[in-house]
Design a protein around this ligand. Structure first.
Ligand SMILES: [Mg+2]
Length: 198
């Protein structure tokens, strides 16, 4: 039997954890943005699946390894577990057009703003009998590419003012999010889980 699900697609760096100006390569460098964990836990309780969609071109650049990225993702789940939460799925794109790499170039078309990773998540959830209700799903991130990815995937984009805070750039490029929030907590608690978003 198929079941309809709503999903929060979340960018990682600058949205869930503080942007440190370079690639996060260790647990020590992964610092949650205030109350991001609480907000994710509340969204999950409200029935949203949590899917992380992150560009990790530091891999193609030789700055971080896939193993380090995965360890940091595990660490995020350990932090979320303290709030009785977890993410459901995580997709990362290791490639970068400016840093050709024999192993990773095959993933270049996954790189945000491409909606490929979102589409992969939707396909993987479908294998579990879960049909993503895109009109009730959101993409939250701190960059224009996140908003564009959400728009191209047909989900509702929200920009957060943490991380790179590309609010001005979104306006300049006419890549318009449905909503702009100060941070992930405000996006989830003040918008997605409030009657205003319905
Ligand atoms: Mg980001």
């Amino acid at each position: 039997m198929e079941q309809s699900v709503k999903v929060l697609f979340l960018d990682r760096d600058g949205t869930i954890n503080q942007d440190i100006g370079s690639y996060v390569s260790s647990r020590e460098e992964f610092i949650l943005i205030d109350r991001a964990d609480e907000a994710i836990a509340a969204a999950r309780k409200a029935g949203y699946r949590i899917v992380i969609i992150t560009n990790q071109a530091g891999i193609a650049r030789g700055i971080v390894t896939p193993r380090q990225v995965e360890d940091i993702n595990d660490y995020l789940n350990e932090l979320l577990a303290l709030k009785q939460a977890a993410f459901d799925l995580c997709y990362y794109c290791p490639a970068h057009p400016g840093y050709p790499h024999p192993e990773y170039d095959q993933y270049l078309d996954c790189r945000k703003p491409s909606p490929r990773m979102v589409e992969q998540a939707v396909a993987d959830l479908l294998k579990e009998g879960l049909v993503v209700d895109r009109a009730a799903s959101f993409f939250i991130g701190d960059k224009v590419i996140d908003v564009e990815c959400g728009l191209r995937a047909g989900v509702r984009p929200i920009l957060v003012r943490t991380g790179h805070n590309e609010e001005a750039l979104c306006q300049e490029r006419q890549v318009v999010p449905e909503h702009v929030a100060d941070d992930l907590y405000e996006a989830i608690m003040g918008y997605i889980l409030s009657p205003a978003s319905r």
